[in-house]
Design a protein around this ligand. Structure first.
Ligand code: TYM
Length: 343
């Protein structure tokens, strides 16, 4: 094994194509080489109000999405964050290590809190510290995520450094972010400058993993484009990557091309060369077929799994027991380092 992976998804809405291509699909691929722990982070979800019944449903639905995408529960651990109290206990200790100045720099807090910061929950503010606790409780070595989580992972690394310096030990392990590929940042279908997000009020901005073929076709037909035909290979630099100026000038076109590349497992350069000079209508039809072929079976399997919520709960209970067994001894060492008496 090359190391231990930890990653998570919030159960705040049905997962979308960004979550799948930016995170979950990569997890499935890394499973064979790493020991894996995947978490449905319900404690992160309640940093903004969640309807309790919906939260329960979404926690099961995200679990179903992990399983339907190909996470093998016999090998990898899947559990709900609130079912392992170690996360909350470690988060408190790390809250006393992280500095207010560090949290003040977190762009995601600024975006989520909006203009009325005073009205945001304290949990939303210390959200990245809980995320650090998630990872550090397992001494995870690698964290595969989309690009939007990069700053949070840097904070986790800062916490490790300060903790180890303060207490003169190598108790915590610094995690390596694993971010990359054409889908590290999938953008909204309505505005190519905004990331595809669960919280966008317009459902036309994203493709959900549970969308049926007609809905996917409709959303892609309506996806924003521009009046030109698809770009040619002159937009590529010598490494075969899209030049930044070209991408900034046509964000929607390059977002759809990147989605096509990720879904078909090709470099963006190959997709650009295939569709150079063609019109969007035909390209969108091919993209629809591809998205339906990839997401259709996953959505169908999610529905099948969700018809048996008891089975999903069993998977989570088993995963939580494994998660506790892995993290409790690590928490004990950390508590001892801090100076707590044994409990
Ligand atoms: P969340 O629930 O917002 O997103 C889950 C995963 O999907 C990725 N992602 C995207 N990737 C590409 N394009 C997009 N448009 C896009 N939108 C989301 C995210 O980067 C993430 O990998 N804070 C985390 C959850 C978390 C976590 C952790 C992750 C809690 N603890 C510990 C890793 C390790 C979050 O809100 O993800």
């Amino acid at each position: 094994m090359k190391g231990r992976i930890f990653s998570g998804v919030q159960p705040t809405h049905t997962l979308h194509l960004g979550n799948y291509l930016g995170a979950v699909r990569n997890w499935v691929r890394m499973q064979k080489e790493y020991e894996c722990i995947f978490c449905v982070v319900d404690m992160h979800a309640i940093t903004v109000f969640q309807d309790p019944a919906e939260l329960r449903h979404n926690t099961r639905e995200v679990t179903a999405a992990f399983m339907a995408s190909g996470i093998d529960v016999a090998h990898s651990v899947i559990f709900a964050q609130s079912q392992n109290r170690v996360h909350a206990q470690l988060a408190w200790i790390l809250n006393c290590v992280a500095r207010v100045g560090w949290l003040n720099r977190m762009t995601q807090f600024k975006e989520k809190a909006g203009k009325d910061r005073e009205a945001a929950s304290v949990g939303l503010y210390t959200y990245p510290v809980l995320m650090a606790a998630d990872i550090l409780a397992y001494r995870a070595t690698h964290v595969p995520v989309g690009e939007d989580q990069k700053q949070h992972l840097e904070l986790a690394r800062d916490i490790v450094q300060k903790f180890n310096t303060d207490f003169g030990l190598d108790c915590l392990v610094s995690p390596e972010p694993v971010i990359g590929g054409p889908a590290a940042r999938v953008m909204s279908l309505r505005d190519g400058t905004k990331k595809m997000s669960k919280s966008d009020p317009s459902d036309y901005s994203r493709i959900n993993m549970t969308d049926d073929a007609d809905t996917i076709a409709l959303k892609l037909r309506k996806a924003k484009t521009d009046p030109e035909t698809l770009p040619g290979t002159d937009v590529l630099d010598e490494k075969g990557l899209v030049k930044a100026e070209a991408e900034a000038a046509r964000p929607e076109a390059f977002n759809l091309l990147a989605i096509y590349a990720a879904l078909s497992d090709q470099p963006v350069a190959a997709v650009i060369s295939d569709f150079a000079g063609k019109d969007f209508a035909g390209f969108k039809r091919e993209l629809t077929d591809l998205a339906v072929a990839v997401l259709g079976p996953i959505g169908a399997e999610m529905k099948r799994l969700l018809d048996h919520p008891g089975e999903i709960d069993k998977v989570l209970a088993n995963g939580a027991a494994r998660a506790r067994a892995l993290s409790e001894p690590i928490l004990k060492e950390i508590e001892e380092a801090v100076g707590f008496l044994p409990s």
